[in-house]
Design a protein around this ligand. Sequence first.
Ligand code: G3P
Ligand code: MG
Length: 254
Amino acid sequence: MSTKILAHRGASFYAPENTLAAFQLAYQQGAHGIETDVHLTKDDIPVMIHDDVIDRVTVYKGPVRSYTYAELKHLDIGSWYHPRYHQERLLTLADFLEWASDKHLILNIELKTNKGHYDGIETIVCQHINRFNMVNRVVLSSFNAQSIAKIKEINQQLLTAWLRSTIPYPLEKKLTQVNADGLHLKYKALNNNVVKKLHEKGFYIGSYTVNRADHLRRCFKLGCDMIITDRPDLAIQKCWTYKEAIMEDDSNDC
Ligand code: G3P
Ligand code: MG
């Protein structure tokens, strides 16, 4: 399997995270896919934002959950990064799926159920995916194991990944219990052994957030199936450099 390069919150090294500008740039840079985060508003609208509060990306404060979408939709979520992004607005999951619908992209939607509690978020997200006919193009991930299990209860066909900053133990048993197809592991915890074990047992392995050239190269070398990076352009460049270097022994691909 070749390594898929996913843009973390879009090409978020170069543009404000989780905005259309960052998603568009990732697409232009040639990313295979986009990773983005979903929370629910007060009126249960799924929106693409990383934090559970709006403080960091707007001039206002408070939990996403305490605002209706109508209250949030006019807020500038780009100026914090650079004034030239002042026209960026909060996207709903529907906006995001619609934007992606005519593009050849994998969509990794992270359910932010590790901190906040969002009753029914799994059902709402799955309904959106069905509506846009995207069951075969999405990966749903979460740090919350219960969310992964719920997704699979709703639709067994949906690809799921458990997000972890450390390797779960016992590895295979835990992933099977959670009902995950893959593990999205923090780069720091990645090693040869975990990649090998997961592949032997039929799970896939992704790593986040890999932004350094030497770290990217190591992910290719270890045979990661997915790299989640703020810099898809750099990852693609390093992928080609790595490919050229291994041409002689033809032992890997990316
Ligand atoms: O999905 C990988 C990564 O996004 C998980 O951490 O905090 O950046 O959403 P975070
Ligand atoms: Mg995320």
